[in-house]
Design a protein around this ligand. Structure first.
Ligand SMILES: *Cc1c(COP(=O)(O)O)cnc(C)c1O
Length: 409
């Protein structure tokens, strides 16, 4: 008799985006002429820039000839890409990394979801609330939690509320925790962490022998020069942190797929007898066993992001999205809404008007302005009373959406 992994039965239905979809479809059925603008999903809309497209096309041509064909590559990724990453993303910020500390993958969703596999079942996991759903759900699947309560919070996870009161940045928890998920710039709140804040977390992790899983998927959107792009800009962070980066939002790779994870050699965790164990070889073993490498074409494309033209062209696209963010911020502020984020992140996190739950506001915006956003409650209970808008839409759509909101809500 085949038994299932019962942890999967604890998962709450993948409720957020299907429910948004259901409400939008119902609205469209009743209002077939309405032109709906989506500022809901965190996906890019601008085409890939020419430097990247040309590099990919050359890589595709190589695949067309036996002499230049690339079959399986190294599971950890090609050195040409890893070298470009280390030089441009790390050495430029005073962080030295060895080639063996960077693991190329096909996405940070997979990496942030898979990383928990190399850690013990009995770790206490601390997660910000609201958060990217992968952190919670991957730990539920692994059996590291109990069941969900009526608020949707799982037993044994330590939730760290992020609200306007703490500027959407939690303090290290008072109890002992072992694995800590942090994401800055944050999805969904758009909050960023200063060096002082990250140093506090690194300190906490060092004294509690915990590990920080640092998701930096949005580092390229940081505009403030004082905000760190990597957690390794903090002294001794290599001893306690794994960092996740992705080309998805940075360079429009959501459909191409390329990301990477940094696991420093200095990073240690503990066996049950208290012996310190290096984490890097464990992730290497896991990666080589269960992953067969990111496509050559994707890795060539990612390398082109670091060329002179590649940098210029991707920066222009990021600037376009950040202009959208500024438009949304200013328009909503003018209407009297309290809006957070959108300065160092492509997400705007707004307080819903008094008396509106985040789903009430979703329905109102859809009906009156035909604009779709994401109810904050979908990212965790502390997201209730907030609403997420993304800056990834086309500029004309953003402007029109703001005009409609000004007219109708
Ligand atoms: C979009 C996103 C990622 C990137 O996911 P990919 O699988 O690399 O496309 C990672 N973390 C967060 C918080 C994100 O929003």
């Amino acid at each position: 008799m085949a038994k299932i992994n019962e942890n999967f039965l604890k998962l709450q239905a993948g409720y957020l985006f299907p429910e948004i979809n259901r409400r939008v479809c119902a609205f469209k059925a009743k209002n077939p002429d309405a032109k709906i603008i989506s500022l809901g999903i965190g996906d890019v809309t601008q085409p890939l820039p020419p430097a990247i497209i040309e590099a990919m096309q050359r890589a595709v041509d190589e695949m067309a000839a036996a002499d230049t064909l690339h079959g399986y590559g190294p599971e950890q990724g090609y050195d040409f890409l890893i070298e470009a990453i280390i030089e441009n993303d790390y050495i430029s910020r005073g962080v030295d990394l060895d080639l063996s500390e960077v693991f190329i993958s096909d996405g940070s969703k997979c990496d942030t979801g898979n990383i928990q596999e190399i850690f013990g079942q009995d770790n206490i996991v601390a997660i910000t609330d609201p958060s990217y759903p992968v952190y919670v759900d991957s730990n539920v699947m692994a059996g590291r939690t109990g069941s969900a309560n009526k608020n949707g919070q799982y037993d044994k996870i330590v939730y760290m509320p992020c609200t306007a009161e703490n500027n959407f940045i939690p303090e290290p928890p008072p109890m002992s925790v072992d694995i800590i998920y942090l994401c800055f710039p944050n999805n969904p709140t758009g909050a960023v962490a200063t060096k002082e804040i990250l140093a506090k977390w690194v300190d906490f992790a060092r004294t509690s022998k915990a590990i920080i899983l640092f998701d930096a998927a949005y580092e390229a959107f940081i505009t403030d020069p004082d905000i760190p792009h990597s957690i390794y800009e903090i002294d001794r962070a290599k001893e306690v942190a794994i960092e996740f980066r992705s080309f998805s939002k940075t360079a429009g790779f959501t459909g191409i797929r390329c990301a990477f994870t940094v696991v420093p050699k200095e990073l240690g965790a503990y066996a049950s007898d208290g012996r310190a164990v290096e984490v890097n070889p464990l992730w290497n073993r896991r990666h080589c066993t269960k992953f067969n490498g990111t496509s050559y074409v994707s890795q060539v494309a990612a390398t082109a992001v670091y060329t002179g033209e590649g940098k210029k062209q991707t920066k222009r696209i990021i600037d376009l999205y950040m202009n959208n963010a500024a438009t949304i911020r200013e328009s909503l502020a003018k209407l009297g809404y309290r809006v957070y984020g959108g300065v160092n992140a492509p997400y705007l996190w707004m307080k819903t008007p008094d008396g509106f739950t985040s789903w009430d506001f979703f329905d109102t915006l859809l009906q009156r302005a035909n604009v779709v956003g994401t109810p904050g409650a979908g990212f965790g209970p502390s997201g209730e009373g907030y609403f997420r808008l993304t800056a990834f839409a086309r500029p004309t759509d953003v402007k029109e959406a703001m005009q409609r909101i000004a007219r109708s809500v």
